[in-house]
Design a protein. Structure first.
Length: 235
């Protein structure tokens, strides 16, 4: 079943917009009539970027740098006048070693890219979202629900995304809705390359997750805030 959403006259900010999931979310908002403001440290013209520059206004920024985030959000508001939705998609995964063998640099990278970026972008976008009574959707992970071997810092960072989402929802009850989605394995070229022998048919297409993100930003989810929504598919 296909569901159409209407976001005309809305401004949607999508972080991590040059990646597979971020570009899918940006494209979905564009198709629904929104003005898309795409933020990433990788410009769309770069070799690894997947974002179609025709579907979004692009703002290049290091989302782990508060000044860069603040400048990007202010530039978006200056250019488009408002923010109605913030989608915190930026993130990265690393497998790795047991905790006693994990380098501090890897721990800090995972927390910076997955959690600090979500915190900073939410912090600077919230005053504008409060004005528009908008919505935030952040990408956590299924693995954030429990501990596991080899990727503890990633799981902990994504658990932080989930808990910070609940905090934002509580602090902005009745004004800004905040929800998270919890993917398992997303069907991306990078994941296929890293796991060539996996059952790719069980993985979730980025566009399917983008549909859930749009729903959570829509009036159809007006009574939903503080939720962690599974988007596992069959993975």
């Amino acid at each position: 079943m296909h569901v159409d959403y209407e976001f005309a006259d809305s401004v949607a900010v999508v972080t991590g917009a040059s990646g597979a999931l971020g570009s899918a979310v940006a494209a979905a908002f564009d198709a629904a009539g929104a003005t898309v403001a795409a933020i990433d440290v990788v410009a769309p013209s770069d070799e690894d970027a997947l974002l179609n520059p025709d579907t979004a206004a692009f703002y290049e920024a290091d989302l782990t740098d508060e000044m860069a985030v603040g400048d990007a959000i202010e530039a978006i508001v200056d250019d488009h006048g408002r923010i109605d939705a913030l989608c915190n998609v930026a993130g990265t995964w690393r497998g790795g070693e047991p905790i006693e063998e994990t380098d501090l640099e890897e721990f800090e990278l995972l927390f910076d890219v997955n959690l600090k970026s979500m915190f900073l972008t939410s912090k600077h976008a919230l005053p504008h979202l409060q004005n528009s009574e908008g919505a935030i959707v952040s990408v956590s992970a299924r693995s954030s629900l429990e501990g596991g071997e080899g990727d503890g810092p990633y799981r902990a960072a994504k658990a932080g995304v989930r808990l910070l989402t609940e905090t934002i929802a509580e602090e902005n009850r009745g004004t800004v809705r905040a929800n998270a989605v919890l993917p398992s394995v997303i069907d991306t070229p990078m994941n296929r390359e890293m796991m060539p022998d996996a059952d790719h048919d069980a993985w979730v297409d980025p566009a399917e997750i983008a549909d859930v993100v749009l729903f959570l930003c829509s009036e159809g989810a007006a009574v939903t805030s503080g939720a962690a929504v599974p988007v596992y598919g069959e993975a």
